[in-house]
Design a protein around this ligand. Structure first.
Ligand code: ATP
Ligand code: CA
Ligand code: CA
Length: 435
């Protein structure tokens, strides 16, 4: 499937929803962050806070453009999670502010979820099903504990769980999480790997030309591709991955994948300004004719401006004043051009990603951006049914809906099997040819 996105502005069908999502996040996050930090209690994991936004506003909730209700789940837990993932609170709010707020990635999955990128491309908002929402709340404590024990976890980083409801509209649950891919580097190939082969193939005829399609397990195998990591990095990666998978197995989660974005350093950032800008506002999409990237780039604020804005936001947070809407509108923050590093995190150590290495640990020519995504599917009754039906027609071990224990084993085995340096791959091939 091709990832096509569109800029969300006033003319977009989901503008009001997206706008309200951001307003709700901003107000609730600054409200929680304004308070003095304190240790978490058991009650924090169950907590939820409801706000009613209306055009008039009141002493607790500032006036908003539209009428809607907003629910913030476990605000203190997510505040602590954001701190564990080392997000700067003011930065987080800044990314989720502005006029060209988001770009929408229709519904790339079968699940019907919608994806929105923050305008600086750092964060993803994903709408989730009620069952996924309930499930995340249920396992939040385990997740929190895991992140505390595993600062380098490869699992999706959840920064917030919220619900928005418009008058007469239905309740929309959503999470805010990390975008695995960097704003400043072209991703030349993307793979979504589950360790299953049945149906795991992208078949579009634009496969070779379009770097923005998400390829799957079979495409990976056919290309005889490897995650080229030498001994040290391979060990770091596989150890963390198996710890993460153990948690998913314990929580009876399945259907997750390893998302791999590959930046080829020989090709570098070869795309021109127009394409580059587009990737930010319209990831994977075609350039609408009327869209002039220069007009967007021109609005990039200076470093000083960005710092001033950050100071103001910090001030507002401190003084418990809600952050106004649309203040930093039209601007792309500096981080976009400077690159986004997450210093201190093992799998983001090389320009925000994890660079390939040779067997002797010398650097290779690819940078991997990777993580485990879509990890809120509980092995419930629906999956059991799917398992039952698919079990008739296909090899039972190959279909994707296996029970969580087997799913995890197959997943780890697959990733294990494709993680090797070029040198190791050559040896393996020679051995295979000899046999
Ligand atoms: P389905 O259940 O049908 O697999 P879904 O709606 O649950 O779909 P995901 O599997 O979470 O969707 O994601 C779909 C695609 O969106 C991924 O293959 C990937 O290309 C992109 N994507 C998802 N999460 C991220 C992320 N954190 N960073 C970058 N890209 C992502
Ligand atoms: Ca998925
Ligand atoms: Ca899913």
């Amino acid at each position: 499937r091709v990832l096509v996105g569109t800029k969300v502005d006033e003319t977009h069908a989901n503008w009001v929803t997206a706008y309200n999502m951001l307003t709700g996040i901003r107000v609730s996050v600054s409200r929680t962050n304004a308070k003095l930090d304190r240790p978490l209690t058991d009650a924090d994991f169950e907590a939820k806070q409801k706000s009613t936004f209306d055009i008039a506003g009141n002493e607790l909730v500032p006036s908003a453009k539209y009428d809607f209700k907003f629910k913030d789940y476990a605000p203190w837990v997510f505040r602590h999670l954001r701190a564990l993932f080392r997000l700067d609170p003011a930065d987080y709010l800044m990314s989720l502010t502005g006029k060209y707020i988001l770009s929408e990635l229709g519904s790339p999955g079968k699940s019907g979820s919608f994806f929105y990128f923050s305008r600086d491309y750092k964060y993803i908002i994903k709408t989730i099903h009620h069952a996924e929402h309930k499930f995340l709340r249920k396992v939040l404590k385990d997740y929190y504990q895991h992140v505390t024990d595993n600062p380098n976890t490869l699992l999706s980083q959840f920064y917030g769980l919220h619900r928005v409801k418009m008058p007469y509209g239905k309740k929309i649950h959503f999470v805010v999480m990390n975008n695995l891919f960097p704003p400043h580097r072209d991703i030349h190939q993307t793979f979504d790997l589950k360790g299953s082969t049945v149906g795991r193939e992208y078949k579009g005829d634009d496969m070779e030309k379009n770097p923005r399609v998400t390829l799957k397990d079979l495409n990976w195998l056919r290309r005889q591709q490897n995650l080229e990591l030498g001994i040290q990095k391979k060990q770091l990666f596989l150890e963390q991955l198996s710890k993460d998978v153990r948690l998913l197995q314990k929580l009876k989660i399945m259907d997750y994948s390893l998302l791999v974005g590959i930046h080829d350093m020989d090709r570098g950032n070869e795309e021109n300004l127009r394409d580059k800008t587009l990737r930010v506002f319209n990831p994977g999409g075609d350039v609408p004719d009327e869209f002039d990237p220069h007009s967007v780039l021109m609005r990039t604020p200076s470093k000083l401006e960005t710092q001033r804005k950050a100071r103001e936001l910090r001030q507002m947070i401190k003084s418990e004043r809600p952050v106004p809407m649309g203040e930093t509108s039209n601007r792309m923050p500096d981080e976009l051009r400077e690159g986004q590093n997450r210093p201190g995190f093992v799998f983001n150590q090389d320009d925000g990603g994890f660079r390939a290495t040779h067997e002797d640990n010398t650097p290779g020519d690819e940078i991997y951006y990777l993580g485990v995504i879509d990890c809120l599917t509980h092995y419930g009754i629906i999956k059991k049914l799917e398992h039952f039906w698919k079990g008739f027609s296909s090899d039972r071990r190959q279909i994707s809906a296996l029970p969580p224990q087997e799913y995890g084993e197959r997943f780890l085995n697959f990733i294990n099997g494709i993680t090797m340096s070029q040198e190791e791959a050559i040896r393996v091939k020679q051995e295979r040819d000899a046999a």
